[in-house]
Design a protein around this ligand. Structure first.
Ligand SMILES: O=C(O)C(=O)C[C@]1(C(=O)O)C=C[C@@H](O)C=C1
Length: 272
């Protein structure tokens, strides 16, 4: 089986992929962007994909949310990883003028960078492991990446972890053919939109209240139709085969102008 992930080797997405899939049994396919991971699944070049979804410091990964809205893929698992970033370079340096990393990683290290590298040029690239690669090639002075990415590229760890405390990222395992499997801790994710009228959103939320369901996330994103039109991404505590969840979703679907079930899945947190 082929598993697409945001690479190259040493990215946090790679780490998440390894925690769920057996590297010796499956073929892990490194993609350059999150777009490529989704397209690999849509075009049947991979059976599964692993994408970052949300970080405890920086929030949602918008590319992932946009693809969940527009493509026919389903979520079958959530993996939550503790993310620790390190400042790495080819050698100890007197002055670091350019630092490469993924935009999410820069945000997660914002305070450290502001305190220590206010004048350095931050070069945004597609992943932290790609940042390590271009640092090894001499394109930038330093990279913010994982110890594994540093090791893969023969970089030295200068200092770290340099991120904010409590830095956790959620990853989704996605696939085209859903086979929802229940685990110990389960969630169900949906997208809906509603009428542009007073109380519309309140009425939908009241349905979840009526069925006594806990929402673990709600986020609005542009519907990409007209300015001011939104879709709502909602994560619900519980599995879709539970009576309250399935009954609530039936009513929500009836009362929405748009409804999509993204998946029902179990959550694993190997670092907790
Ligand atoms: O660049 C990587 O290593 C990734 O896997 C991407 C990503 C992200 O986009 O959120 C994943 C986890 C970390 O939060 C930082 C970067």
């Amino acid at each position: 089986m082929k598993i697409a992930y945001l690479g190259p080797i040493g990215s946090y997405s790679y780490e998440a992929t390894r925690r769920f899939f057996n590297e010796e049994r499956e073929e892990l396919v490194a993609c350059e962007t999150i777009d490529d991971v989704f397209e690999s699944i849509e075009e049947n070049r991979a059976e599964f994909g692993v994408v970052p979804v949300e970080n405890s410091i920086e929030g949602s990964v918008s590319t992932t949310f946009d693809y969940l809205l527009k493509s026919q893929v389903y979520i079958i698992k959530e993996i939550v990883l503790k993310v620790e970033h390190y400042l790495c370079a080819k050698e100890q340096m007197q002055r670091i003028l350019t630092i490469a990393s993924h935009p999410q990683a820069f945000s997660q290290c914002h305070d450290y960078l502001r305190r220590n590298f206010k004048d350095a040029k931050l070069i945004q690239v597609s992943s932290t492991s790609y940042a390590a690669r271009i640092c090894a090639e001499g394109e930038v002075d330093a990279a913010i990446c994982s110890p594994l990415a540093a090791q893969q590229n023969n970089l030295k760890i200068l200092t770290g972890p340099i991120n904010h405390d409590n830095n956790y990222t959620r990853f989704f395992v996605i696939t085209k053919n859903p086979n929802f499997e229940k685990g110990e801790k389960n969630k169900t994710s949906i997208i809906f939109s509603t009428y542009d009228k007073p109380g519309s959103l309140y009425k939908i939320l009241a349905i979840f209240n009526l069925y006594d369901l806990n929402l673990t996330k709600i986020e609005s994103r542009p519907a990409k139709t007209n300015l001011g039109e939104y879709v709502f991404f909602v994560d619900i505590d519980g599995f879709v085969d539970e009576e309250d969840v399935s009954d609530a979703l039936k009513v929500v679907q009836r009362k929405s102008t748009f409804f999509k079930l993204l998946g029902s899945y179990s959550v694993i947190c190997p670092d907790k």
